[in-house]
Ligand binder design. Sequence first.
Ligand SMILES: [Zn+2]
Length: 68
Amino acid sequence: MKCQCQHVTELNGVEAQKYAREHLEKIHVDGETWEIEYLCSETNTHLIMDFPQSELQGGGPPRLRRCA
Ligand SMILES: [Zn+2]
């Protein structure tokens, strides 16, 4: 998958999952908030996946954002 880390600011749902799975390296999972930190090894960009609708059954759709 082509690197979009420098251009994308936010991905949601299936798109976020697919991008993380196919392109990013998981480096940390926060056991309390369930935020997942990812690294793009091509650009050394850090991204965070969280679940803003975590009250929904199953945790709701993921959101993937580039770290500032
Ligand atoms: Zn990338």
